[in-house]
Design a protein around this ligand. Structure first.
Ligand SMILES: [Zn+2]
Ligand SMILES: [Zn+2]
Length: 402
């Protein structure tokens, strides 16, 4: 406390005595000194030394005496939710903040603490005792914002994140929910009132089972890249993070949710594992190579030896790809350069061939085969001098770090 009193002695006491302050507001003027004490304790010590009168507080107008009541308000609101960690935030009347700041400059203080930060800490300590849960600065399950002017508490419930790898076993399903391009989700004649381009999606198949138990208000699927609607996702599956917004429940039977997804027959997951927002960034930033199975039909017969030779040539050079015709209406028309790591023939009867192609992340594999009217260069069709049609495409491996 010596540190606090020393700082207090540097202030003109007559100025300190001009207004009445509560203990907490008086102590907070030196709030960053005297480690291990509450502002109330600091205030009492300064009041005694400087003979500052007590009375209605000019700064906070009684707010510092209401922390218990505010904490009870928060605890009551939290009762409805399942959470492990929380954080307290607050809104303090700007006039109150202006008053304390004017006092700081008037007294020439160098180590005051703001009322707002005291509110957060003091209400937080009390909530911690009431709810027996831990505060978390970094990633609280729930952020409770206390509006001190209106005794109102707003909860910001953070999403529940689950990660895993999914396989898409059938064609014709998009990765994420795809709103109808005519009505944008409202429901119209084109989409049969569903508001969607496709009846379901990998996102919906996965999320429905988790939503059932968690009672969230919405969901999002973050995948490590995405496969085309008409492509299957096989092999060990594609890494994803499923985000459930505002979950009522966070402690779920994840194995049971996985089993319910897997009976759908359309998509399956290896597991739902606890994840964080950081995992979303990680799956989004991964640049893993992918391996595809491509079934291609040639406009006129192609000799197997020639096919093999041209595939080797494709492996040797960078492929320049202008944004494909099929997506250019929703993506910028630019050119990307990607490499083919490996391309081999699995089988061919001269007219239809099954290929296995490993390419860098972001390569347009269909276009690599058919050339997209010259927008992808070189392409297999160009090399062969024969038009190529992609009959089937599957992602069979994603070479991520695991
Ligand atoms: Zn006060
Ligand atoms: Zn519609």
């Amino acid at each position: 406390m010596d540190e606090v009193l020393e700082a207090a002695r540097a202030v003109e006491w007559s100025k300190l005595r001009e207004r009445t302050l509560c203990d907490a507001c008086l102590g907070r003027l030196f709030g960053k000194l005297g480690h291990g004490h509450t502002n109330q304790e600091r205030g009492r010590a300064v009041r005694e030394a400087a003979a500052v009168a007590e009375g209605a507080c000019w700064v906070c107008d009684g707010l510092t005496s209401r922390y218990d009541a505010l904490a009870r308000l928060v605890a009551k609101k939290l009762e409805l939710w399942d959470y492990d960690t929380f954080l307290i935030g607050s809104k303090v009347d700007p006039e109150v903040q202006a008053r304390e700041e004017s006092l700081w400059s008037e007294l020439g203080l160098t180590n005051p603490e703001a009322l707002k930060s005291e509110v957060n800490r003091e209400v937080g300590k009390r909530v911690c005792d009431l709810v027996k849960k831990e505060p978390s600065l970094e990633s609280p399950d729930i952020l409770a914002v206390v509006d001190t002017s209106f005794d109102h508490v707003d909860l910001h419930v953070n999403p529940l994140f689950l990660r895993g790898r999914y396989r898409k076993l059938v064609r014709g399903i998009p990765q994420t929910r795809w709103p109808c391009n005519r009505c944008h989700g409202k429901g119209c004649a084109k989409c049969g009132g569903t508001g969607k381009m496709y009846p379901t999606s990998v996102e919906e198949i996965l999320a429905t089972e988790v939503m059932r138990e968690s009672g969230g208000s919405g969901h999002a699927l973050h995948g490590m890249g995405r496969e085309d609607v008409d492509a299957r996702m096989l092999g060990t599956g594609r890494p994803f993070v499923l985000e459930i917004k505002e979950p009522r429940k966070r402690h779920l039977d994840l194995a049971a949710a996985r089993d319910r997804v897997n009976v759908s027959g359309q998509a399956e997951v290896d597991a739902f594992l606890p994840a964080t927002r950081k995992d979303v960034v990680a799956v989004k930033s991964d640049r893993a190579d992918k391996t595809y199975r491509v079934l291609v039909r040639f406009a006129s017969p192609v000799d197997e030896a020639k096919l093999k030779k041209e595939l080797i040539i494709l492996e040797a050079q960078p492929i320049a790809q202008r944004t494909p015709t099929r997506v250019v209406h929703r993506r910028a028309d630019t050119t990307r350069h990607r490499s083919v790591r490996r391309a081999e023939v699995l089988s061919t009867d001269g007219t239809v061939a099954e290929l296995r192609v490993t390419a860098e992340a972001g390569a347009y594999v269909k276009e690599l085969v058919h050339g997209d009217q010259g927008r992808t260069k070189p392409s297999l069709a160009d090399q062969l001098g024969v038009a190529c049609e992609v009959l089937e495409l599957d992602v069979v491996d994603i070479h991520d770090e695991g």
